[in-house]
Design a protein around this ligand. Structure first.
Ligand SMILES: NC(=O)c1ccc[n+]([C@@H]2O[C@H](COP(=O)([O-])OP(=O)(O)OC[C@H]3O[C@@H](n4cnc5c(N)ncnc54)[C@H](O)[C@@H]3O)[C@@H](O)[C@H]2O)c1
Ligand SMILES: [Zn+2]
Ligand SMILES: [Zn+2]
Length: 361
């Protein structure tokens, strides 16, 4: 059976998204059909719309989602119809060289559904990050479903599916921040604020939030920032050094993903410090530094794919921390919008008015 649903599609570079009829097949072997309950609007969706990820238009956008499993294909045992799940975009394979070496968070062959979802005329859709959840139903690899407490509000829980997990994990898993570290986070959107909360959880003594927007800096304090720097009116590197006794933070997390912010992260960290790139650059951006500075500065430059998370380990952990009042997951939800509100939500994101707009179905 084919399910006819409504979904948000980006048809071409820079074109406003449109609500279209999407055809979703029943799950085949290893797949799950999920009724989407909520899906956050992430900056990565906008990157897709802008052609900044790849050119495989049309895209079915949306990838920060929670929902209910409607049906599963042959061989699926770890989730069943009725399960409340958060979707992840790195279902590890267990077979590749990274998985076999015991580093599944790096898996080089993550799984997605093998059957395509299409437009009504049969045009194959590229689901954002292999999910495509700005739709009433979506088809994913069963490994992309992680069961969570059904009592958790899906609008907040779904955010674990991407930005919040990526930011938290950049601090806790990738850096990793350890007890007593000084930390700076560049860019205080959903990803950056989650990195701030993660750094605090990991025992940072100081967490400095950096953004161009004073409103974002104010919100960052709510996630645990101890100091703030407005990058529009201050020399960021000098300010970070001054706030850390003249040395620079032990860890600087770039949650913007531009050459100028990564350069700040590279320069501002203390000797032997760590710079983590979790913001996603576009394919035209370059980063050039004298090699002697790489050597002379020491430490490490790391990228954080999805916060080096393991969904089965980390999603339930973050839900527990939230339910215990130790992590304000629901504070990322700025507004709840209908499926046809995504284009306007992109503009609100660009104007800095929201942390996350969440489509609720
Ligand atoms: N690595 C991953 O797995 C992963 C996962 C999700 C999102 N991302 C990426 O993380 C980035 C942030 O996503 P988001 O949803 O939080 O975006 P967002 O638009 O909500 O937030 C970005 C923030 O950066 C600020 N900013 C922009 N330029 C700046 C500058 N020069 N200096 C300081 N602050 C600046 C903006 O004011 C805004 O507050 C995006 O590039 C997104 O694609 C990465
Ligand atoms: Zn693997
Ligand atoms: Zn995302």
């Amino acid at each position: 059976m084919v399910h006819e649903v409504r979904g948000v599609v980006a048809r071409g570079k820079g074109q406003p998204v449109s609500l279209e009829t999407v055809l979703v097949p029943d799950p085949g072997p290893g797949e799950a059909l999920v009724q989407v309950k909520a899906c956050g609007v992430c900056h990565t969706d906008l990157h897709y719309r802008e052609g900044g990820i790849n050119d495989e238009f049309p895209f079915l956008l949306g990838h920060e989602a929670a929902g209910v499993v409607e049906s599963v294909g042959d061989g699926v045992t770890h989730v069943a119809p009725g399960d409340v799940v958060v979707l992840n975009w790195r279902a590890v394979c267990g077979q590749c060289r990274a998985c076999k070496r015991g580093r599944p968070w790096y898996c080089f062959a993550t799984h997605n559904a093998t059957q395509p979802m299409t437009l009504a005329d049969g045009t194959r859709l590229s689901p954002a990050l292999g999910i495509g959840a700005f739709a009433e139903k979506t088809l994913v690899a069963a490994g992309q479903c992680t069961r969570v407490d059904p009592a958790a509000d899906p609008a907040a829980a779904g955010l674990l599916g991407c930005g919040v997990m990526a930011g938290w994990g950049a601090a806790v898993n990738t850096a990793p921040v350890t007890q007593g570290d000084t930390v700076a986070v560049l860019g205080c959107g959903g990803v950056g604020d989650a990195a701030i909360a993660g750094a605090l959880y990991a025992g940072a003594r100081q967490v400095i939030a950096v953004d161009l927007d004073d409103r974002k800096l104010e919100w960052a304090k709510g996630f645990g920032a101890t100091h703030t720097v407005n990058a529009g009116s201050t020399d960021v590197v000098a300010a970070l050094r001054e706030l850390t006794g003249g040395f620079g933070p032990d860890v600087v997390i770039d949650a913007v993903g531009r050459p100028e912010t990564f350069r700040q992260a590279f320069d501002a960290r203390d000797l032997a410090g760590v710079a983590v790139l979790v913001g996603v650059p576009n394919p035209t951006m370059t980063f050039e530094v004298p090699l002697i500075e790489v050597f002379g500065h020491g430490g490490a430059l790391k990228s954080s794919w999805y916060g080096d998370c393991l969904p089965e380990r980390d999603f339930p952990l973050l839900i527990d921390l939230w339910q215990q009042g130790r992590f304000p997951l629901d504070a990322f939800v700025s507004e709840r919008i209908p499926l046809d509100g995504v284009e306007e939500a992109f503009h609100r994101m660009e104007r800095g008015e929201v942390l996350r707009s969440v489509v609720v179905l």
